[in-house]
Ligand binder design. Structure first.
Ligand code: LM2
Ligand code: CA
Length: 526
């Protein structure tokens, strides 16, 4: 008999940015096997088509209708099939990126062929032979946000975002709220399990709370979710100094379920420490008590936070990201992203090992970065480039490790998802060690003091050879940060770590690498 414990919970999501539904459906077998809990998918409803801008990724942040018929990721049947297969066959949930603050700018024809007129005429959908529309009555007056000053909440929430370009919906009105609730419920009824609320900072918290309270429970017919399950909601609120619309306005609880918030300050801290910017090193996480359950370092409580190293915006200088130089392409603002290679890999190992928030792994595609600086600042002139395509806006199939970066399949990152699952109830840290610079180690420990996992990160240009107290029971463990390990397997095709009777293990780590073992990677009892 093996002493493996069952994973008490799954908590990690991955953002498959701009993937097609068919590719996601196929990927769910892998995601399920590695222990991923959920996928954030790109906006599934009809969106603007910006041919003259080369079909940028951001066209999908301009909704035209609430029909799911034809987005760049695919059609309705493909969407439904993905939702169905991912959950029922592989236990992986789908979270939809919901764009409900605004509609498409200007006039045009959407991805499913529907024509629209900016801020005055959008045919949302037809139901029961009634046509539902947004007219000019449904939008706030155009005004732009002046980010150069201390910005009042009203301006952030009622003015038009993206340089004053995106018609801002009156989310305080019954008509608009009802349309949004119908839109989100239509997806819940297909089996969708949650939503990222895009631009939440640009809506009043009461509007989001109202919408959340009126969403259906998740599907609970045969094979779906537990009756009474509520959708998982996380609101995109980018913290900004001097801005009077802030993360702590949004960490509400509705019908017993927490409305989460994207905690951008987490990615900033992790980026700075791992990149060694801001004169800090990764030992600071231990020395200065990086938050565990409750807040710290200015961050919200863990139970309300969705955390990530980078997202689709800041990895290209949008959102909270910014470029600082054109000489060194690796300085992509304050966050770390795939371009940083091993640094990025280790930052994700840390995120998936440390007990704070709901982690989100970014899965990107490559694009030809070209950062140019002028006195007014730096910008990647290719920051709009869409996913790998045929040149006419049709997305290619995913091929990992080529055009598609697939960070979620990197050995350490994928292995740490299982680690994260197996240490869920060990929400504290113990056996901490650091070298005062860029080497750290810690155990994940339950409230009664039992260790469930142990991790070491060596972000130095030299080896780390040392005997560590892991706190774990004696046995042979598969090192999931260095091995493609199948949870539950008695085989480890890679690196094995032996823990002795008193919990010690001799560990040898090469430069820029990590080691991690947990109760789910215990292969044999001795
Ligand atoms: C978000 N969070 O609050 C998304 O994470 C972000 O990716 C979205 O902006 C934004 N909200 C609105 O949903 C992206 C992109 C913008 C782009 C918008 C709309 O970062 O650059 O704006 O989508 O497509 C684009 C143009 C901009 C233009 C605007 C309106 O880049 O120059 O402004 O459309 O035509 C005049
Ligand atoms: Ca708004």
């Amino acid at each position: 008999a093996y002493a493996q414990s069952q994973p008490p919970a799954k908590n990690v999501m991955v953002h498959l940015f701009e993937w097609k539904w068919t590719d996601i459906e196929a990927e769910c077998a892998y995601l399920g096997e590695k222990g991923y809990n959920a996928i954030q998918v790109s906006p599934p409803n009809e969106h603007a088509v910006k041919a003259s801008d080369g079909y940028p990724w951001w066209q999908r942040y301009q909704p035209v209708t609430y029909e799911l018929d034809k987005s760049r990721s695919g059609n309705l049947d493909q969407f439904k099939s993905m939702v169905d297969t991912c959950w029922k066959k592989h236990g992986v949930k789908i979270y939809v990126d919901a764009i409900i603050n605004h509609m498409a700018a200007g006039d045009g024809i959407g991805s499913a062929g529907t024509s629209y007129k900016g801020a005055s005429d959008y045919t949302l959908y037809d139901k029961d032979s009634t046509t539902y529309k947004y007219s000019n009555l449904d939008f706030h007056n155009q005004c732009g946000i002046n980010w150069d000053e201390d910005v009042p909440a009203r301006e952030i929430r009622d003015c038009w975002v993206a340089g004053g370009g995106l018609p801002d919906l009156k989310t305080e009105s019954d008509w608009v709220r009802t349309r949004i609730i119908e839109f989100l419920n239509s997806m819940i009824n297909m089996g969708v399990a949650g939503f990222r609320i895009d631009a939440a900072k640009h809506m009043n918290p009461e509007d989001i709370t109202y919408i959340a309270a009126n969403l259906n429970d998740l599907r609970s017919d045969e094979g779906w979710f537990y009756p009474g399950s509520r959708p998982f909601i996380f609101q995109e609120v980018i913290f900004g100094y001097g801005q009077d619309s802030k993360p702590s306005d949004y960490d509400n609880t509705v019908k017993g379920s927490n409305l989460n918030v994207t905690e951008f300050r987490y990615g900033t801290a992790v980026g700075q420490k791992f990149r060694n910017d801001d004169s800090g090193t990764i030992s600071d996480f231990i020395k200065y008590n990086f938050p565990v359950a409750s807040g710290g370092w200015g961050m919200l409580d863990s139970a309300f936070s969705v955390v990530f190293t980078d997202n689709h915006d800041n990895q290209r200088g949008h959102g909270s990201g910014y470029w600082t130089s054109e000489d060194d392409n690796s300085i992509g603002g304050i966050v770390t992203h795939f371009y940083d290679g091993r640094i990025y890999n280790l930052a994700n190992v840390f995120m998936l090992a440390w007990p704070y928030g709901t982690p989100k792994v970014m899965s990107s595609y490559n694009w030809p970065r070209d950062v140019r600086c002028s006195p007014s600042g730096c910008k990647d002139v290719n920051d709009g480039v869409g996913p790998p395509s045929d040149g006419s806006g049709n997305t290619k199939n995913v091929a990992c490790f080529k055009d598609w970066v697939c960070e979620h399949r990197w050995t350490s990152i994928a292995g740490m998802v299982g680690f994260n699952n197996y240490v869920q109830d060990a929400w504290n840290i113990g056996n901490t060690w650091h070298n005062d610079r860029n080497q750290i180690a810690f155990s994940r420990v339950t409230p009664t003091g039992a260790a469930k996992g142990f991790v070491i990160i060596n972000r130095e240009g030299y080896d780390l050879n040392r005997s560590f107290q892991t706190g774990l029971p004696e046995g042979r463990y598969c090192d999931v940060a260095r091995t493609d390990y199948t949870l539950g397997s008695t085989k480890c095709d890679g690196s094995v770590i032996d823990v002795d009777r008193s919990g010690f293990a001799n560990i040898q780590l090469s430069p820029m690498s990590a080691s991690a073992i947990h109760m789910g990677s215990l292969m044999t009892e001795t």
